[in-house]
Design a protein around this ligand. Structure first.
Ligand code: ADP
Ligand code: GLC
Length: 492
């Protein structure tokens, strides 16, 4: 099957969060299964392309014309990479915005990207199925089913749409209808209108053939007002076409046996070696390593976007009590200033016990996975979450709130049966978090039991194989859902 991924970020070219890990790894897994896979991305600053395939595509945005190009970069692991190249729109400092503010022209930027994606399919690489991701590509199914509805090639193209996070919807003022070039008849409640504004994601949810999200539990959650961010009704209306497929892990990048960023590689057979990574981690954060107690004190790690979703307000509520426990906290993250301040203040208040790095630092993220004893994710909501799954493989025991993919990927350790891979709490509450951390610390004092929970986690297999096969089943269903392509019209 020819599968085209259309996404706003993807490794190895661009990344702000887990979407990029998925767009990096799932195509690779599909290519390994023998499918022909291509990924279309915006060409951001620093992305190198080998050749220009189409030097100019005319895109109308309201009363303005733009002329992006389409290029191709080097193939990676059997996957082809194509780019929409418009320097004015994408050659910028960041992907979506700077200093906490979105770029004001995001509606235009991703409308152009979606429009060029359709041209790309017609002129360069015609797939059997399209896989779109998040609001930035939600206009692809909308445009295919409306403005291209009479085109026999476009009409036959099935679209699978994955929701990585329903909290980000691409909501803009009504005036962008003109920019997008959609008629006002689309500005209705059963189409793109959302409380008086335009909602890109809503369009994608309504017009895609199949919807997926990144865990089973999140697929249930987004049908409720608590988690649906206002789109729960739309999701419920399409529940028969919605599937939860848990993200996998690229173990060639994220496993302690082969990780190239860590000081000491190790495996389930020589867990002792993990201690060298712990020492290195403490040194990276300029935390003391001179006394045995510093080296033995459990290290709790955090690597995260600092967003409300991630639940750090719970830490703020119980920071004092948390730091009364015998633990060291190491934190890597950036985004909302209030959380940056929270952790910086903690580092100042508990010198030698809290290490903080504000910023984005991939090698350090690997060092935390390897060097920490526990990994904390107290998310308010979490569609899938990847770091807890990485942690499992590194023998770094996850402590998570039981929501979305965190709940689906971590099993609570039961000291009686010795089953389970981590620690979970239910209530969105500081006390519940504290009790859960205390339970983990208590178990950690029993080395035998602790090794058991570590090894249970390390033995789990979250490779992409099973999830990629689930996507293929869905791609096939999406193909069947479309009318057959008219003979003689296909290209490529
Ligand atoms: P989300 O996509 O909501 O941010 P995920 O857990 O799915 O959450 O994925 C986050 C990804 O981004 C992981 O690969 C994680 O290691 C990485 N990451 C997040 N913050 C940072 C950071 N400050 N530095 C380096 N990597 C980070
Ligand atoms: C989103 C979610 C995260 C998920 C990632 C990849 O960014 O917040 O939970 O793991 O997408 O699907």
């Amino acid at each position: 099957m020819k599968i085209l991924f259309i996404a706003s970020e993807g490794l190895p070219y661009s990344k702000t969060g887990g979407l990029a890990d998925v767009v990096g790894a799932l195509p690779k897994a599909l290519a390994e299964m023998g499918h022909e896979v291509a990924v279309l991305l915006p060409r951001y600053r620093g992305n190198k392309i080998g050749s220009i395939l189409v030097s100019s595509v005319t895109v109308t945005l309201g009363d303005k014309l733009r002329f992006p190009a389409i290029g191709e970069g080097p193939a990676v692991a059997g996957v082809r990479y194509f780019f929409v190249d418009d320097r004015g729109f994408f050659d910028r400092e960041q992907l979506y915005g700077e200093k906490g503010a979105d770029y004001p022209d995001n509606a235009e930027r991703f409308t152009e990207f979606s429009r060029v994606a359709i041209e790309f399919m017609k002129r360069v690489w015609l797939p059997d199925v399209i896989h779109c991701h998040d609001w930035q590509t939600a206009l692809v199914p909308v445009l295919l089913r409306t403005q291209h509805a009479e085109d026999p090639v476009a009409r036959a193209l099935p679209v699978v749409f994955t929701i990585h996070n329903i909290g980000y919807q691409g909501i803009f003022s009504q005036s962008v209808m003109r920019t997008i070039g959609l008629p006002e008849t689309f500005f209705t409640m059963d189409r793109l209108e959302f409380y008086g504004r335009v909602n890109f994601l809503k369009g994608g949810l309504l017009y895609a053939d199949y919807l997926t999200t990144v865990s089973r539990r999140y697929a249930q959650e987004i049908q409720t007002p608590e988690f649906g961010s206002g789109l729960e009704g739309v999701i419920r209306g399409r529940a028969d076409r919605l599937f939860g497929i848990l993200n996998g892990v690229d173990y060639s990048v994220w496993s302690p046996e082969v990780d190239t960023f860590i000081t000491q590689n190790y495996s389930v057979h020589n867990l002792e070696a993990k201690k060298a990574d712990k020492k290195d981690l403490l040194q990276q954060f300029k935390l003391p390593v001179d006394k045995l107690e510093c080296l033995e004190r459990p290290v709790v790690g955090i690597v995260s976007r600092f967003a409300d979703q991630k639940g750090f307000d719970l830490i703020a509520r119980v920071a004092g009590d948390l730091m009364k426990e015998n633990l060291t906290l190491v934190v890597l993250g950036t985004a909302q200033p209030e959380y940056e301040k929270l952790f910086k203040d903690m580092a100042e208040k508990y010198p030698g016990r809290v290490g903080v790095k504000i910023g984005y630092d991939n090698p350090l993220a690997h060092k935390i996975e390897a060097g920490a004893d526990m990994f904390l994710m107290p998310s308010r909501y979490e569609p899938c979450g990847l770091n807890q799954i990485y942690s499992l493989r590194y023998g770094t025991v996850p402590i998570v709130r039981a929501t979305g993919g965190l709940d689906d990927s971590v099993q609570s350790f039961d000291p009686k049966t010795h089953h389970g891979t981590g620690f979970k709490f239910e209530a969105y509450d500081g006390r519940a978090l504290l009790d859960c951390v205390r339970a983990a610390l208590k178990l950690q004092r029993d080395p035998k039991a602790w090794q058991m929970v570590q090894k249970n986690g390390m033995a789990k297999d979250f490779s992409w194989k099973a999830s990629a096969a689930a996507y293929v089943t869905l791609y096939e269903a999406a193909k069947r859902a479309r009318i057959p392509r008219v003979a003689g019209t296909s290209k490529g």
